[in-house]
Write a protein that binds this ligand. Structure first.
Ligand code: SF4
Length: 318
């Protein structure tokens, strides 16, 4: 049996204790794919305030930050949110999993899409929080400046620093179809630049995107391996309320991937991933009533049970 290099194993080996990510979501952030600088409405699966699913029109733009914002009226609230969300999650993780150290995970929207001063203030505060070993930043490949990369490069000399980019698919026709507003060539280039700064990259892949078959999904996984990213996260595409995808689903224009095909594709992916590549996530689900389809994405425990069982049959321990 071969042990998959999960985040738990990777960090335990490196820091000799249990380390968990603490997701943070602060107000004022948006995404160039939502605010109109690249596109409106966001990726078809992204639940965000700019999309009105019933009318299919844009709501009035909500005031948010972008890299050129002259002033950040949210900063003091953002710092309060950062600390309070971190402290609340830390207490829960310590109690439930005996977590000892933490990686602050800037998760929602595009977390490098704001003025440098704002980003530096937030990241600096995150690095200083008690028991924090570093940060992980979820962002888009088109939204990270050299100034930010240089700052993070310096920090990475003493702290753990991860940048998470969505590859999602290597097919530009798919990226267009999901309104990603970037090409695979742009993403590839930015991953190379980021790794050139010595920063660790986690690539996100989505299986079950509109119009994609298993061969296409595996090609995307191979691309992540070829790019030499340090880690991947994989999840199935599911439909939630208040998204463009929900409209497509209701009109019969989108059919979600089945659990069988998802698990089969996942196992084939794990077979092509090098042993030393960290696999941070193998599925995702949503247990509240915002999930429309597929039903198998509702129960994360059941999903993980089925995935682990299938992995074991193929000689892997998750
Ligand atoms: S890039 Fe991320 S935040 Fe932006 S629209 Fe797509 S999923 Fe939403």
């Amino acid at each position: 049996m071969q042990e998959i290099l999960t985040a738990g194993r990777y960090f335990r080996k490196k820091f000799d204790c249990n380390i968990y990510k603490t997701p943070i979501s602060v107000l004022g952030f948006t995404c160039p794919n939502i605010d109109g600088s690249k596109a409106h409405g966001g990726c078809v699966f992204c639940e965000n305030e700019s999309f009105s699913p019933n009318l299919g029109i844009q709501k009035p733009k909500i005031v948010s930050l972008n890299p050129n914002s002259k002033h950040n009226p949210f900063l003091s609230s953002q710092l309060v949110q950062l600390e309070s969300q971190f402290n609340q999650t830390k207490i829960k993780l310590k109690k439930k999993f005996n977590a000892k150290k933490f990686l602050v995970y800037f998760q929602s929207f595009t977390n490098t899409y704001a003025p440098f001063d704002t980003l530096k203030t937030l990241y600096d505060r995150a690095f200083e929080l008690d028991d924090v070993i570093g940060i992980s930043i979820g962002t888009r490949a088109d939204s990270i400046s050299e100034e930010v990369l240089e700052y993070l490069q310096e920090k990475s000399k003493t702290k753990e620093v991860w940048i998470e980019y969505g590859i999602q698919s290597v097919y530009n026709e798919t990226l267009k179809r999901i309104n990603r507003a970037e090409t695979i060539e742009d993403v590839e280039e930015q991953i190379k630049i980021t790794r050139g700064y010595g920063l660790k990259v986690c690539a996100h892949l989505i299986f079950g995107l509109p119009g994609e078959n298993q061969k296409m999904m595996l090609k995307s996984a191979r691309k992540a391996v070829e790019l030499g990213v340090e880690s991947i996260k994989i999840h199935p595409l599911y439909v939630v309320k208040k998204t463009a995808l929900a409209n497509d689903f209701r009109r019969g224009k989108f059919t979600p991937i089945s659990e069988e095909e998802y698990i089969d594709t996942l196992i084939k992916t794990i077979k092509i991933v090098p042993n030393e590549m960290l696999i941070q996530r193998v599925t995702a689900g949503i247990s509240d009533d915002s999930l429309i389809s597929p039903v198998w994405c509702k129960d994360k425990h059941k999903q993980m049970y089925n995935i682990k069982k299938a992995l074991e049959k193929n000689g892997y321990i998750y």
